[in-house]
Write a protein that binds this ligand. Structure first.
Ligand code: MIG
Length: 812
């Protein structure tokens, strides 16, 4: 009896002990290496890698060894900058880089990070720090009461995530405005306080959690159900530097085809072929620009991926060719699940070549998906990615312009993919628990690799619903199945900003809302917002009335045509921002505080409903269905309304009229906006003139990148860069344009400078000669050069031939 009690008791004690977290204990010993320091702790191993002066990797494990499996996210492997010193300071070790001082206390082991002026940036909670609880890992950090948190990728709610907890587990969701988690997992966030920012990238693909002081005011924490406590600390202090550094680790967007910046039209589903052609023709007839039409799941034969329904699409190649001639590119949806059909080639090949995810007993897993029961390709296996790429290439050769990856969370009818299903994990072997969040990333990699391999001369476009850190290297992201209501219109403004802060620049929402039917006003407002989001696509669920731009009556059609046309005029500016983003990793659509980090107002919740497009444009969408006014904040400097030339002084909240035909857009004094005439699709016609819009109330400069927009020739140096400057003094305004890199022939012959609110002027010279005053726009069109003042709108138009060096001077 006593014996039994004893056994029971000790069982109970061990169970209790097991469910208590263990914290990183004392440092027992350490080893110094070239690029890292290894610490042996009482109950864990702890490595610090110095990646760069501002990037340090902290890695803990309580298992006997660190994992050797490579990171899915991190592609940076240059360690040549890893200069650091380590000193023993008695109670602690001091690790110093050019930008940071890291104190690692010995008993117990805790981390504190300081800048070079010894300001505390971030530190472990003194009692808890790193913790291990069975397979679970966590890190507890001190929470400062004025600390703000941004990032985490695709999340609902306001941009500042403080006071909330979030989960990372890619989820197919009929989501509402507070749902979490969604389709994409980006375990990276930015902390900001006193204008100092840092980032933490927790490179763990298991289900993970981020708690920014939800229900406690002592610490914030992040952790995961399994895997290593492996995180990168990234110092700014500029938020921009944090994002650039994060994308140095995880990669930048590769430059997409220029046409993918155009308007894209989707619907579940356009079929048969005649319907697709009718949609294309309607865009052209109505002179509403459009570059892409999507084919949703009904183009397939019984939802079998890589097949066509031959009744609906008898000759895909011919159809794709016909549409291409009209400037319409076709992007088909791709679902990962392979119908378990013994007559279906993809199922046969996948089974024969062992390409599918399997139960631990070797039986291929089947889940329920669109084509009923189906297998799931194991994209973490190179052979599977190569095979998938071959299949995609068949469709590329047929003439598709890219792919749209859906259902890749992976989703199984909103049900649960069994955790024990095994994946190759690059040869290391791992269960669904580890692979779930990177499934879409590896599927996207397969497509991206196929593009490189099979189409080395032409850029293609990839769109994905799910993703993990690094997805920006391969794909654009859309924010999934939203709903046609005001709350989701607001989210369509916030979510892309949050994703931009998390390294994903090419992003947009289903414009108009996926579920339900928007009113004409809601649809118009959404189009106006969408026209300034990097990815611009209208989409809709099945069994809803039409949602194309002409489906809401004449007034809406006119307003939507105008804003889509404006997007096309703006393409030189937008494409330049895409180029910049591909170099810097910074977003195109930017939270206000990214450009104005020291302006507290830019962090307010209201300022989330406006954003910057690059450096020079401030976009203030009306995110309400009924409103005709917009309250917005203008940061420092002088601003001009792009559509009516009204001037405003910054550091002010203003309220402007925004009737249904208007979205308020402001140009910053001194900023340049390159524009061009409207085309119905990218490349429709040769465009001779680059319009350069400036508002000369301040000096400024701008660099414009141009290339062919479609090939990879830019990688061989075939592009052009022009450097513009605007020097404004009391008596003169001088505009300069200098070709910095001149290897690409843009085909443009002249510049038209549109000088908004020019002030007094006399005596305009261009390229050394005194320019002639012309009588109106027509004469301007027909003259080689000259100027004309549109006195009604107060715009000075100056036309000059494009030469290597341009100088325009006017006295005032
Ligand atoms: O179970 O392919 O988010 O854009 O139209 C729904 C049909 C599957 C979900 C996608 C949506 C797409 C739809 N898909």
């Amino acid at each position: 009896m006593n014996k039994i009690l004893f056994v029971l008791l000790s069982l109970l004690i061990t169970t209790i002990a097991k469910s208590n977290p263990e914290f990183a204990g004392d440092i027992r010993s350490h080893n110094l290496f070239n690029d890292h320091v290894e610490f042996i702790l009482a109950n864990a191993k702890f490595n610090i890698y110095i990646i760069k002066g501002n990037i340090i990797q902290f890695r803990y494990t309580c298992k006997p060894e660190f994992s050797h499996a490579p990171s899915y996210a991190v592609i940076y492997d240059e360690k040549e900058n890893a200069n650091f010193t380590m000193e023993d300071k008695g109670d602690y070790f001091l690790v110093s880089t050019a930008e940071l001082n890291v104190e690692i206390s010995k008993s117990p082991c805790r981390v504190s990070i300081y800048d070079k002026e010894n300001n505390l940036i971030n530190e472990d909670d003194k009692s808890f720090g790193a913790s291990f609880d069975n397979s679970e890992v966590r890190c507890y950090k001190k929470l400062f009461n004025d600390e703000k948190f941004f990032g985490l990728g695709e999340k609902t709610g306001r941009l500042n995530k403080s006071g909330n907890q979030y989960t990372m587990w890619n989820t197919d969701h009929h989501y509402d405005v507070e749902s979490d988690p969604l389709y994409v997992s980006i375990p990276f966030f930015i902390g900001e306080r006193n204008n100092n920012a840092y980032g933490i990238f927790f490179d763990n693909t298991y289900k993970s959690y981020f708690n920014f002081g939800a229900s406690n005011n002592r610490f914030y924490w992040f952790g995961a159900e399994d895997g290593e406590l492996n995180y990168y600390f990234i110092y700014g202090p500029e938020i921009k530097k944090v994002i650039s550094s994060y994308t140095l680790l995880t990669g930048k967007m590769s430059l997409p085809p220029l046409w993918s910046l155009g308007y894209q039209q989707s619907k579940w589903s356009y079929y048969p072929e005649s319907r697709v052609k009718e949609i294309a023709k309607t865009f052209r007839d109505k002179k509403i620009p459009c570059d892409v039409i999507y084919l949703d799941i009904d183009y397939m034969n019984g939802y079998r991926v890589f097949t066509w329904n031959k009744d609906r699409f008898p000759d895909p190649e011919k159809m794709l060719g016909d549409l291409k001639a009209e400037g319409i590119k076709i992007i088909p949806i791709i679902d990962p699940g392979i119908k378990a059909d013994s007559n279906y080639f993809a199922a046969k090949e996948g089974l024969a070549e062992d390409l599918f995810a399997k139960y631990p007993d070797g039986v291929p897993y089947q889940g329920e998906i669109w084509p009923s029961w189906g297998y799931f390709p194991d994209f973490t296996k190179k052979e599977t990615r190569d095979w998938w790429g071959e299949k995609l290439n068949v469709m590329l050769k047929q003439g598709t312009a890219g792919f749209w990856n859906d259902m890749n969370e992976p989703a199984v009818w909103g049900q649960v993919f069994p955790d024990l299903v095994m994946f190759n994990d690059n040869g290391f072997g791992a269960s669904h628990k580890k692979i779930h969040n990177v499934y879409a990333l590896e599927e996207a990699k397969a497509a991206y690799d196929a593009f490189q391999k099979y189409s080395p001369d032409t850029r293609h476009f990839l769109l994905s619903r799910a993703g993990y850190s690094g997805i920006q290297r391969y794909s654009a992201i859309w924010t999934g199945d939203n709903t046609a209501n005001e709350g989701h219109l607001k989210l369509a403004c916030l979510m892309p900003q949050g994703m931009g802060l998390s390294g994903i620049p090419f992003v947009g929402s289903d414009v108009g809302g996926f579920f339900d039917m928007p009113s004409a006003r809601l649809y118009t407002r959404w189009m106006q917002l969408g026209a300034f989001t990097p990815f611009f696509r209208g989409h809709s669920v099945i069994n809803q009335p039409d949602k194309e731009p002409w489906a809401f009556g004449n007034e809406t059609e006119e307003n939507v045509r105008n804003i889509i046309s404006f997007r096309y005029k703006l393409l030189p500016y937008l494409y330049n921002e895409f180029y910049n983003s591909s170099i810097t990793g910074l977003p195109i659509m930017r939270a206000m505080f990214l450009n104005y980090q020291n302006d507290d107002v830019c962090y307010t919740e209201d300022a989330g409903f406006q954003f910057m497009l690059g450096d020079n444009l401030l976009i203030a969408p009306v995110v309400s269905e009924t409103g005709n006014l917009k309250k917005l904040y203008l940061p420092e400097g002088s601003w001009i309304d792009m559509f009516n030339n009204t001037i405003y002084q910054g550091k002010n909240w203003i309220i402007v009229d925004a009737p249904i035909n208007k979205i308020p857009v402001f140009l910053k004094a001194g900023g340049f906006i390159p524009m061009q005439e409207v085309q119905q699709y990218v490349g429709e016609k040769k465009i001779n003139q680059l319009e350069m819009v400036v508002y000369p109330a301040a000096s400024g400069s701008y660099s414009l990148y141009e290339d062919d927009g479609i090939s990879y020739n830019y990688k061989k140096g075939i592009y052009s860069v022009t450097s513009f400057s605007l020097q404004v003094s009391e008596n003169t305004v001088v505009i300069n344009a200098v070709k910095k890199h001149n290897n690409y022939e843009t085909g443009r012959s002249d510049y038209l400078f549109k000088i908004l609110n020019p002030g007094n002027f006399s005596n305009i010279t261009g390229n050394g000669t005194v320019l002639k005053k012309l009588s109106g726009e027509n004469e301007l069109k027909n003259s080689v050069n000259g100027y004309y003042l549109d006195s009604v709108s107060n715009i000075l138009l100056v036309k000059v031939k494009i030469e290597d060096n341009i100088k325009i001077i006017y006295n005032r």
